[in-house]
Write a protein that binds this ligand. Structure first.
Ligand code: ZN
Ligand code: FE
Length: 252
């Protein structure tokens, strides 16, 4: 599995997936036609378009790419009326094969009510859209804070070595937010240096990994006493801590 990171719009990432043995080309969340088309044209074909959710900055390339390459569009069954050009509807936990690559659908509502992740277990790779970001999580638009925490908890339990490809380059702001509430975290400080080096060279900070996120992303550490103390919520539940963090981040 070869993954090309495609920068789109201001801070979106689309991902081209190439599977060599069967020569299958797929794209995750084509934000806009032109930058995606530029990458796809090197392969001269596009078999599948995978959408994590229906937001326009994740699906806007669907129709033009589908028309040009006769691709099949895959998205969540519950969002079949909102995903442009959808051909194949996916259910929670369903497995599906694109070429030799097998993925499982992880249902992760919260940001939208039909958000899914694509988990390629054999390749130790997950595409998380706008749910889990490097050092952050998505805004809660259609679901509840309970939904969002449950969804993050589903991603947390993936094998630690799993690489995480998310929908946006929000890492720097997320880093500043994490540092504010977790300033003594050694791995976070290390990561801060790595992130700044990458961004200064105009490189993506993606992928991150589940193991790194567990150590540094405060939204995945709502059960950690260090975070609870920093918020003055010593005796609060994980859910209360999460809701507080998400609200603070909304105005950060
Ligand atoms: Zn979104
Ligand atoms: Fe987005």
């Amino acid at each position: 599995m070869k993954i090309e990171i495609i920068k789109c719009l201001n801070d979106n990432y689309s991902y081209l997936i190439y599977e060599k043995e069967t020569n299958i080309v797929s794209i995750v969340d084509p934000s806009e036609f032109s930058p995606c088309e530029k990458e796809i044209s090197k392969y001269k074909k596009l078999d599948y378009i995978l959408n994590t959710h229906h937001h326009v900055d994740h699906v806007d390339g669907n129709i033009r790419l589908k028309n040009k390459y006769n691709s099949r569009v895959l998205g969540f069954d519950g969002d079949k009326d909102r995903i442009p050009g959808i051909d194949i509807t996916l259910k929670k936990n369903q497995s599906y094969k694109i070429g030799n690559l097998n993925f499982r659908v992880i249902f992760i509502p919260g940001h939208t009510k039909g958000h899914i992740a694509f988990y390629f277990e054999n390749e130790k790779t997950v595409f998380t859209g706008d749910t889990l970001f490097s050092l952050g999580c998505g805004r809660v638009f259609e679901g509840t804070h309970v939904d969002m925490l449950n969804s993050l908890n589903k991603l947390k339990i993936l094998p630690p070595e799993t690489k995480v490809y998310c929908g946006h380059e929000y890492t720097k702001t997320n880093l500043d937010f994490c540092l504010k509430y977790d300033p003594e975290n050694a791995r976070l400080k290390e990561k801060s240096t790595e992130i700044k080096l990458k961004l200064n060279s105009n490189l993506p900070t993606i992928p991150t990994s589940i193991s790194d996120e567990l150590k540094t992303n405060i939204f995945l550490r709502c059960n950690d006493n260090v975070i609870k103390q920093a918020l003055n919520l010593k005796d609060a539940t994980d859910q209360e801590v999460f809701t507080k963090l998400r609200d603070l981040k909304d105005t950060f």
